[in-house]
Ligand binder design. Structure first.
Ligand code: LUZ
Ligand code: MOS
Length: 755
């Protein structure tokens, strides 16, 4: 196949013609909503006075839980989240009511007129406090391999420590939003900026008390999701639908940035504790970790995210004795949610911290320990899966070789010996990331393909386009399978009436799951068309193939065009539509034993990060990140490199700059782009070099092109340890701390502590 193609959205993106929810032409009678949310993180609502707001000219109705005909419940994994608060509020920003007015301006004015009294209850903002108060979302989970207790007594070196990694704001360019329009007989069509159209449909049906077939959800594309719209696009869509059900008029709600930042959950902050044991040969013999996940005020996806932390707690290393625990801690923050990596990055930061601590105490290079413990073929993960087609060592040694590590390390040493006020650091960051939803039943997808009678093709899948270019990949799969040119194939919107019961576009698995379904649907169509073509060409079925918009006979182009073939198939009344269902084979997981084979495959890679720290100011620059990445056999290197670079920048941001801050009352302080620093072009690495590992690829991946959305984010963890090394080079007395993000402020304090 041609393993390259420009993103099919680039033309309309560049011209500003791509449609997002807010670009839809609305009906003239459209009303506009805005949420009234809690101004306190925890308390009893003693009174709310809506009268002044309701009296404002242009206000149509203020909706509360009392207006719900079905259930006041939007919890996905667990039924613990009301759409609108009833008697109690559990986080600052929790929706209490929905004001619907003739314009957004009026709705916002009305919001200011609502008077509320809340009787304060104690506020918990950290996972550590929550654990002390036994405030949990769900039961703890434990993964075990071997016997750590016995193993520690055999270890030459044992170290313990603690870590913290902060949350992260998704900052999708397009904020949350939706537009709901009444149809006949109580049906509602919702256009939503969601990664999970089916979640939106299901939650809406539940709250409205109507069957799912009354609710149609359509998704054109998202201006970014990053996990923030896997579950948390739902409430706004449901609220507009409640209003439509009552008013029988279209209702639109696009959150502004402040409302979005305040009301939505983020990546989970984690407080963690580790114990690591090594023998004389630097082998990690035992590893224990306890993860305290700050889940916020409701479950959302937290238990699944907690689980993925345990799956990634040993990163790219084989450790024979492992014992890990995760507690999903209930606090009074907005429910934290999916974010690219889904708990994996938080897990990997801890073992990297443990290795850094061990290396520091032993007085050796961190990378010696990393290198001595890399996963090999046949190693067992703590969850029972046996590693196969492992590229951990391949990517590591390729990076060392291709990027000339000796030279890079010499540069650091030379530079540091010559410069007093600037210091360089270098780090290695291997990654191993499991591909599949950890919840096995979610690993399925469908595609619906129509060949129209003029030969053009429409492809519908469950995949949501969110800038990751999944539609381009789907188009590549279809055009290759049908042997036709790209212009003949159109990717349709993602719509619950065409493709039902979808899993969210998440877990890096969207292209694999939906691409396999597209491939299957095309194969079925081709099989039927082969019969027609064979008759037309007077040849046997086996001799027929489809390429270059023509029927090929015996590998040679015939005069029968695709169009002529399709026209003939119509005359012969051959079905030109096909629906296919793909469910990942092989995978399984037993939660009672915490063992199984949960992942279709793993993605591997190694990043080398070089930084320079300004030791007067505490600022730093990322000189380079050099990556050897396991793409499998990429079906579109342009797109995949974009994913690597974007994920890397996002990972570096999480580790270095992005500092979510809540005060002790649970109020978000980093509530604007002036107080929350996201990486920009000035903080981007000066050089990003990415080369593919040489590999056979993996058949479980679509066209052997491995999932690429999430794994490269974790290369960003390398920035933390490169900066740490530079700080240590300046200040020998610096005591290693593992408290991310490593902001310039923390760097400065590290440079001068005990110095
Ligand atoms: N979402 C989900 C995910 O529901 N399950 C997962 O395992 C997952 N993994 C990564 C990102 N999103
Ligand atoms: Mo996700 S973190 O919605 O793949």
């Amino acid at each position: 196949m041609s393993r390259t193609m420009k993103n099919i959205d680039s033309f309309t993106h560049v011209r500003g013609e791509s449609l997002f929810v807010d670009d839809l032409i609305t009906r003239q009678d459209t009303l506009h909503g805005v949420v009234f949310d809690s101004p306190k993180a925890h308390g009893k609502i003693t009174s709310v006075d809506y009268s002044k707001a309701a009296a404002l000219k242009g206000v149509v109705k203020i909706f509360t839980h009392k207006d719900i005909k079905g259930e006041n419940q939007i919890g996905g994994i667990m039924p613990d989240e009301p759409l609108w608060a009833e008697d109690e509020v559990h986080f600052w920003g929790q929706p209490i009511a929905f004001i619907v007015a003739e314009s957004e301006v009026i709705a916002k004015k009305a919001r200011k007129l609502i008077e509320i009294d809340i009787q304060d209850l104690p506020v918990i903002t950290t996972a550590i406090e929550a654990k002390a108060m036994k405030s949990f979302i769900s039961a703890p989970r434990y993964f075990k391999l071997g016997d750590t207790k016995a193993a520690f007594s055999d270890c030459e070196y044992v170290y313990e420590g603690e870590t913290f990694s902060n949350g992260q704001e998704h900052l999708y360019l397009e904020t949350q939003g939706c537009y709901a329009v009444p149809q006949e007989n109580g049906s509602i069509k919702i256009t939503s900026s969601t990664q999970g159209p089916t979640q939106v449909q299901k939650a809406t049906a539940r709250v409205l008390g109507v069957p799912m077939h009354k609710i149609e959800v359509d998704v054109i594309r998202l201006g970014g999701g990053f996990g923030g719209k896997e579950d948390q696009a739902t409430p706004w869509a449901v609220m507009t639908a409640v209003a439509v059900q009552y008013l029988n008029k279209p209702v639109k709600y696009i959150l502004n940035r402040h409302d979005d930042l305040r009301m939505t959950g983020k990546r989970h902050p984690y407080s963690s504790f580790f114990k690591i044991g090594l023998n004389k040969d630097l082998k990690i013999i035992a590893f224990e970790a306890e993860f305290l996940q700050n889940a916020g005020a409701a479950a959302d996806l937290s238990p699944a995210i907690a689980e993925r932390t345990l799956f990634h707690a040993t990163n790219s290393y084989f450790v024979p004795n492992v014992s890990t625990t995760v507690h999903s801690c209930k606090t009074n923050l907005p429910p934290n949610t999916a974010f690219r990596g889904f708990g994996g990055p938080q897990g990997m930061f801890v073992i990297e911290s443990a290795i850094a601590k061990a290396a520091d105490q032993m007085g050796i290079d961190k990378r010696k320990i990393q290198e001595a413990n890399l996963l090999a073929e046949g190693d067992e993960f703590p969850y029972g899966q046996i590693a196969s087609n492992v590229e951990a060592q391949n990517s590591w040694f390729t990076a060392k070789d291709k990027f000339g590590v000796e030279q890079l390390e010499k540069e650091v040493k030379d530079f540091n010996s010559k410069h007093e006020h600037f210091k360089k650091g270098i780090s290695f960051m291997p990654i191993t990331f499991g591909i599949s939803f950890t919840n096995t039943p979610m690993n399925h997808a469908r595609a619906l393909i129509h060949i129209y009678q003029d030969g053009s093709v429409g492809v519908s899948t469950g995949a949501v386009e969110m800038g990751q270019s999944v539609n381009t990949k789907m188009l590549q799969v279809a055009k290759l399978a049908l042997g036709i040119s790209a212009e003949k194939v159109k990717l349709e919107t993602t719509n619950t009436t065409r493709v039902a019961n979808t899993s969210p576009s998440a877990a890096s698995s969207t292209a694999d799951l939906n691409g396999k379904a597209v491939d299957m649907a095309c194969s079925a169509l081709i099989e039927r068309l082969t019969g027609v073509a064979a008759k037309m060409a007077k040849a046997e079925n086996e001799k027929i193939s489809f390429q270059e918009d023509h029927v090929f006979v015996d590998g040679k182009k015939s005069r029968i065009t695709w169009e002529a073939l399709v026209a003939q198939a119509m005359l012969e009344r051959v079905a030109l539509s096909e629906n296919a269902h793909y469910a990942t084979p092989t995978i399984h997981f037993d939660k009672t034993k915490e063992k199984g084979h949960p992942f279709a495959y793993h993605v591997y890679g190694t990043a080398i990060t070089g930084v320079t720290v300004d030791c007067v100011r505490g600022t730093y620059e990322i000189d380079y990140v050099k990556i050897v990445h396991d793409f499998g056999i990429s079906m579109n290197m342009g797109i995949d490199l974009g994913q690597v670079e974007g994920a890397l920048a996002q990972g570096i941001g999480w580790m270095t700059l992005e500092e979510i801050a809540y005060d002790t009352n649970g109020r978000l302080l980093s509530n604007a782009l002036s107080t929350y620093k996201v990486p920009d072009i000035f903080s981007a690495p000066k050089i990003i070099e990415t080369i593919p590992v040489e590999t056979e690829g993996n058949k479980m991946a679509i066209h052997k092109s491995k999932a690429v959305g999430e794994p490269p984010l974790m290369y960003g963890i390398g920035a933390y340890f490169a900066i740490q090394q530079a700080v240590k080079a300046f200040n020998k007395n610096y005591e290693l701390k593992f408290h991310a993000p490593f902001t310039p402020e923390k760097v400065l304090m590290g440079l001068y502590e005990k110095n």
